[in-house]
Design a protein around this ligand. Structure first.
Ligand code: ADP
Ligand code: MG
Length: 689
């Protein structure tokens, strides 16, 4: 149960004055459903205005407050702008311009002959000074006293700055004083205000201490919740798994394991032998060889007489894993089955029976493998590929699948910076595959302007004639709904059509809107070598392995993030042959875009690219509010995460060590914090454990 002290914050936004059904949708669009959300909807920046005696004292481009006398109204014919000519005390003339319906309010606020105080941005239009859509018009200077500095909030259609500022004020009024959950020494060292004060200040002015404090709260809540997961996991009884090595010894691997692979398997082996369930993340760049590590872990479970399951994020990957694993265990007698959402009827029944009876040792599949109707005889290890699509709460459900809590191995190919690893996987132990298998050649990466398309297609043609296969990636920046996607999809389809016209039936197309069967059929044609060219949107991003494909073309490469480009490029360079990656860029390139592509050329180290990506994106932020998509945070900026997360993490660990039940004074406050940031699953674990 949420502590009562927080109730005023969790009231629906509709309870605020002036929020009717009309505002509901605009607010929801911004994710503002409750009073709490509005209180935490911090300004993106502040406008600072300068009150000037006359226009001579102002700079073009500056936000000013100035007294003007209205001389004339000029309406334009048709849909043209409505202009008001006004004059300062020295006779300088300035045009105040309104477009569309705003003309009505302009006309009313600025009657001819009147003296008014106008706040807005001074621009130059031809020879004239101009203010377009002034922010405020008032009859007296004192009425604008509060407008010298004003917050600028993120808006959605139907909301205005004034409206949201007013809602923020109301939310602040309702927000209670809360006890301090931060460590007192830290508060003192950082000169941070208390929670309520920090919130109020953050809405009023750009104050680093207030912003940091609020960001820290969010980071601490997350770290605490993860620590509680960790502690609760430690206290659970899993099934210790000790393998005798008999199956692993029979594996038919065409290569020797790398040092990093051996080390990781050793770490996993150590975890599995414990009573407390393993909670480990295997982090390894694309191609670093995570599959065989996962297989070794699963074989330990089988050697110990138990079952293992491996979850893949997509149908394609599940099939590929299944095939790879089957090949590796050939002759060992280990039974591996595949289960996806598409298996129905008899086939599905027989797999379910095999799991229940224990004749199936390892199950590979999509989310279907953890459905309620799937019962295992003795599931002791769950492996999750591409963990970033799999949340903590899902994992807690999974824990109910075995008679005892299964050991858990998560794998990710997304090399993320250390601080973000801490943020997302802070509850886990980490094994890093930081060494690529030997014999990998550097991927020759080149940046080519789109204007040289003909050359690119020529090179592609020679590559295909030489018996090679290739990928051609078109951007689909946001897979999902919306106009952008429609355009992107159309572009991908058009590219497919033109490449097909040139290269014939050897070309296949894969994108997110295809039905699973169509997707699989196309992928199958490509991985079997029947199709030579795969045109795709980002669905090939994760895990596809076709060693004969050694050329990759990425169109509009500047639209992809570094991490994504790196993932895509990792599709090539998988065999012994030399691979090439062509990054096609548009005619115009932003500075960040240019930096990104240059970095791609410079290095192939995924962990380095991840750190640089963070720098590039973190550096551009002014205030802390920018949401950082790939982090679990809404308040903390990338920069704040880097700076404050390690502190929060240590602090959380100390607190749990001293007061694991969160029952002391600070512990109680920390519970409030967990509810405030809706990490209350952490608190629930506390009760259960
Ligand atoms: P990941 O899942 O980490 O991206 P995979 O497990 O798919 O990587 O391995 C990539 C490729 O490298 C596969 O073709 C695999 O057979 C091969 N491979 C894995 N380990 C080694 C090794 N130690 N030496 C040589 N090749 C390896
Ligand atoms: Mg993989």
């Amino acid at each position: 149960m949420r502590p009562e002290a927080l109730n005023p914050l969790f009231i629906e936004a509709e309870a605020l004055e002036g929020v009717g059904p009309k505002l509901r949708r605009p607010l929801e669009k911004l994710g503002l459903k409750r009073v709490r959300d509005i209180a935490y909807h911090l300004p993106e920046r502040f406008v600072e205005r300068r009150a000037v005696a006359d226009l001579d004292a102002a700079q073009v481009g500056e936000n000013v407050i100035v007294e003007l006398t209205v001389r004339e109204h000029r309406s334009s014919p048709g849909r043209g702008p409505f202009r008001v000519l006004a004059e300062d005390g020295k006779g300088n003339v300035c045009t105040i311009t309104y477009f569309g319906r705003a003309a009505y309010s302009g006309k009313k606020a600025l009657p001819v002959g009147a003296q008014r105080w106008v706040a807005g941005r001074l621009d130059q239009y031809g020879q004239m000074l101009q203010i377009v859509h002034p922010d405020h018009v008032a009859e007296s200077a004192s009425a604008l006293a509060g407008q010298v500095r004003e917050p600028v909030y993120g808006l959605s259609e139907g909301l205005t700055q004034g409206r949201i500022a007013n809602l923020a004020l109301q939310a602040l009024k309702r927000a209670p004083q809360l006890p301090e959950w931060c460590e007192p020494g830290l508060i003192e060292r950082m000169s941070w205000p208390a929670w309520h004060g920090a919130l109020a200040t953050a809405h009023r002015r750009n104050d680093a201490a207030a912003r940091d404090r609020l960001a820290y709260d969010e980071l601490l809540a997350n770290a605490l919740a993860l620590m509680l997961v960790r502690a609760s996991n430690r206290s659970q009884r899993g099934l210790p798994l000790v393998g005798d090595g008999r199956l692993r010894a029979q594996l038919s691997l065409p290569f020797a394991l790398t040092g990093a692979q051996r080390r990781s398997i050793g770490e996993i082996e150590g975890d599995l032998a414990q009573q407390a369930p393993m909670l480990r993340l295997l982090q390894g760049d694309v191609g670093s060889g995570k599959t065989v590590v996962a297989l070794s872990a699963m074989l330990i479970a089988v050697e110990a007489g138990a079952q293992a399951a491996m979850l893949a994020p997509t149908e394609i990957l599940a099939r590929q894993h299944h095939e790879t694993l089957m090949r590796m265990v050939q002759g060992t007698g280990v039974e591996i089955a595949l289960l996806t959402g598409r298996d129905k009827g008899k086939a599905r029944e027989s797999i379910l029976m095999g799991l229940l009876g224990g004749s199936i040792d390892i199950l590979v599949g999509t989310h279907a493998i953890f459905q309620e109707s799937v019962t295992y005889k003795n599931l002791a290890l769950a492996v999750i590929d591409e963990q970033h699509r799999f949340g903590v709460s899902q994992r807690l459900l999974l824990a109910k699948k075995g008679r005892r809590t299964p050991h858990f191995l998560a794998m990710t190919a997304t090399p993320i910076p250390r601080t973000l690893t801490l943020a997302q996987y802070g509850e886990m132990d980490v094994s890093r595959l930081d060494e690529l298998p030997p014999g990998r050649q550097a991927i020759d990466t080149r940046v080519v302007s789109i204007e040289r398309m003909e050359d690119v297609v020529g090179a592609l043609s020679r590559h295909l004639e030489g018996g090679g296969q290739a990928y051609w990636v078109c951007p689909m920046v946001r897979e999902g709904d919306g106009e952008q996607v429609g355009d992107d999809l159309a572009a991908a389809e058009a590219r497919f059509a033109s490449l097909k016209a040139r290269f014939g039936e050897d070309v296949v197309l894969v994108h997110g809107q295809l039905r699973p069967e169509e997707k699989d059929a196309a992928m199958e044609r490509f991985s079997s070598g029947e199709a030579k060219l795969l045109v795709a949107t980002t669905v090939i991003e994760v895990g596809v392995d076709v060693p004969n494909a050694t050329l990759m073309v990425i169109e509009q490469a500047e639209r992809f993030g570094l991490a994504q480009l790196h993932q895509l490029r990792g599709r090539v360079g998988r065999g012994q042959a030399k691979s090439i990656c062509l990054l096609l860029r548009g005619a115009e390139l932003s500075e960040t875009g240019r930096r990104r592509l240059a970095l791609m050329r410079e290095t192939q180290d995924g962990f380095r690219l991840a750190e640089e990506d963070l720098e590039l994106r973190g550096g551009g932020e002014l205030l802390g509010t920018r949401q950082s998509g790939d982090t679990p945070f809404r308040i903390a900026s990338l920069e704040q995460i880097q700076r404050l997360l390690p502190i929060a993490h240590d602090d959380a660990r100390l607190l749990i060590e001293r007061d694991g039940g969160l029952s002391g004074e600070r512990g109680e406050a920390a519970r409030l914090l967990l509810y405030l940031f809706e990490r209350d699953w952490g608190v629930q674990l506390l009760r259960g454990g």
